[in-house]
Design a protein around this ligand. Structure first.
Ligand code: PAF
Length: 285
């Protein structure tokens, strides 16, 4: 496994070892602090491609809160050990100056996907994600790129980005990985105290219970109410939003019959840690 810090070296290396030989390249973009959720994306990328690039870059342009950017965990040495054990070909770990030698002034819009949920609550976030992801696609020219379904809105926006840019690459969405008690794996879980960690499990537990509630015949409005009340009464948690949306358009649904792909997306604060999760209520069969 080679650890590469410069864009020029990455492009040179991929051109000579992969693209010129017609080899497939899988890209797994990450911000590091890797956990089993990332490992599942990497395993899939390794299984499906001749070579795999994992980028490890805490992208400043997608953070709208400087404190959040500052306290984001950075664990490159541990990340590299894990990636080597998974059979990754290249780790791309650039500096901020390498990626943004000058400010990126490009503006991406993805209406209506970026106008709901995380969009208005984290102004500029998806623009920053599009800036870095479009740069990574240009540097790596991957055959496939892997993203987790935990960031459900991000995945929909990245698919739209690929359409907008007319890129010839496959976006592979991978299922949420969970702790044994159900908490969705996230780099931010490392920031929870042990008390907060035990409180946070109420998020996934509530989502799973709400699916049973829905399956026992309750309406969408009742199911939404069920989740909102359960989180409001859970110690240590504060609900930011819970929306049940169409999985393609991300627009809120009023009735279960309005879509055959219904996903509940939730954001909850546990102390100062912002946690997101989602659950599919209806999937196309
Ligand atoms: O999901 C993430 O970790 C980041 O948003 C991504 C896709 C690596 C872009 O910085």
């Amino acid at each position: 496994m080679k650890v590469i810090h410069s864009v020029a070296e990455l492009s040179r290396e991929l051109a000579s070892s992969c693209h010129s030989a017609g080899k497939s390249v899988g890209l797994v973009p990450t911000m590091g602090a890797l956990h089993e959720g990332h490992a599942s994306l990497v395993r899939r990328a390794v299984a499906e491609n001749d070579a795999v690039v994992v980028s490890v870059f805490v992208n400043p342009t997608q953070f709208n809160d400087p404190t959040d950017l500052e306290k984001y965990p950075r664990t490159l040495a541990d990340d590299c050990r894990l990636l080597e054990s998974l059979g990754v070909t290249y780790v791309f770990a650039p500096s901020v100056e390498e990626i943004y030698p000058e400010p990126d002034t490009r503006v991406f819009r993805f209406p209506p996907l970026d106008e709901v949920m995380e969009g208005p609550r984290r102004p500029g976030h998806f623009n920053g994600v599009a800036q870095i992801v479009s740069k990574l696609f240009a540097y790596v020219k991957p055959t496939r790129a892997y993203f987790g379904e935990k960031d459900f809105q991000q995945l929909a926006i990245v698919r739209r980005l690929v359409e907008q840019l007319g890129l010839d690459l496959q976006i592979v969405g991978c299922p949420i990985q969970r702790e044994s008690d159900g908490l969705a794996l996230s780099s931010r879980n490392k920031l929870l105290t042990s008390e907060q960690r035990s409180q946070a499990v109420a998020i996934s537990r509530t989502l799973f219970e709400s699916k049973k509630y829905m399956e026992s015949g309750h309406s969408l409005a009742e199911t939404k109410d069920f989740v909102e009340k359960a989180i409001a009464s859970a110690p240590g948690l504060e609900l930011e939003y819970f929306e049940i949306v169409d999985g393609d358009t991300l627009q809120s649904l009023e009735e279960w019959a309005d879509s055959d792909y219904a996903v509940g997306c939730i954001t909850v604060h546990c102390g100062s840690v912002r946690l997101i999760d989602n659950l599919k209520y209806k999937v196309r069969g």
